[in-house]
Design a protein around this ligand. Structure first.
Ligand code: ADP
Ligand code: MG
Ligand code: ZN
Length: 210
């Protein structure tokens, strides 16, 4: 880490936020950046919330099956408890599915940045209702760099900025239910529920517990 001539000065790190709807390539981009950091011989540590057990408990994964080792943690407190004893060792900290962490992730990211770390966070910017998904908007506001990716609309092929929930559940967090979400453009997005697609899912036996 570079030092200036001022005693006690630590050059700040960086906060990078990768955001967009589901299937927009956020995890892919996070993995790409972290792998490049490793190629540059930086020590990388990556975290994800244990809500997201879709693919692996010990790695982050993209829908295109790329993976990178990660620690699964229950919350920001546990992330802190795992990271801080090893903080001197690691220069780059990755976080996937940032929207599933509580708002103290923002303060933690700023703290790590002030300690000279490069913090790269990936997460959904909006909920299935199309509303800002805390704490990602707050992270975007304090970031050095924000990358907003789009997916491909599964109805018409246009660039998609929304995550459409196809099932009947209105709970904020329904994780990893394959086939229950798809990317939609603004024109095809129907907030709250797409009844037609939901019926199709039911016919395929994918919706349970209604
Ligand atoms: P995210 O983390 O944003 O949900 P991922 O990085 O896990 O996205 O997955 C991105 C990959 O998902 C794409 O490279 C592509 O292979 C695949 N994919 C599946 N459905 C779509 C879609 N509707 N739009 C774009 N990519 C899609
Ligand atoms: Mg992802
Ligand atoms: Zn569309």
């Amino acid at each position: 880490m570079s030092q200036t001539s001022f005693p006690g000065y630590v050059s700040p790190g960086r906060i990078e936020v990768i955001t967009g709807p589901m299937f927009s390539g956020k995890s892919e981009e996070l993995i790409r950046r972290l792998k490049r950091a490793e190629i540059a011989k930086r020590k990388v540590m990556c975290f994800k919330p244990d809500l997201d057990a879709r693919y692996h408990r010990t790695a982050i994964a993209s829908h295109s099956a790329q993976t990178l080792n990660a620690h699964t943690v229950a919350n920001v407190g546990e992330l802190r408890a795992v990271l801080f004893p090893l903080l001197d060792t690691f220069e780059v900290i990755g976080v996937d599915e940032a929207q599933f962490f509580d708002p103290s992730l923002v303060a933690l990211s700023l703290e790590l940045m002030h300690l000279g770390k490069r913090v790269i966070l990936a997460g959904l910017d909006t909920t299935f209702a199309g509303e800002p998904f805390p704490p990602v908007p707050e992270l975007m506001a304090v970031a050095d760099e924000v990358v907003k990716l789009s997916a491909v609309c599964m109805q018409c092929g246009a660039p998609a900025v929304h995550t459409q929930r196809l099932g009947a559940s209105q709970a904020l967090v329904v994780v990893g239910a394959a086939g229950l979400y798809e990317a939609r453009c603004r024109a095809c997005f129907k907030p709250y529920l797409d009844e037609h697609a939901s019926e199709q899912l039911e016919m395929q036996g994918l919706v349970i517990g209604r």
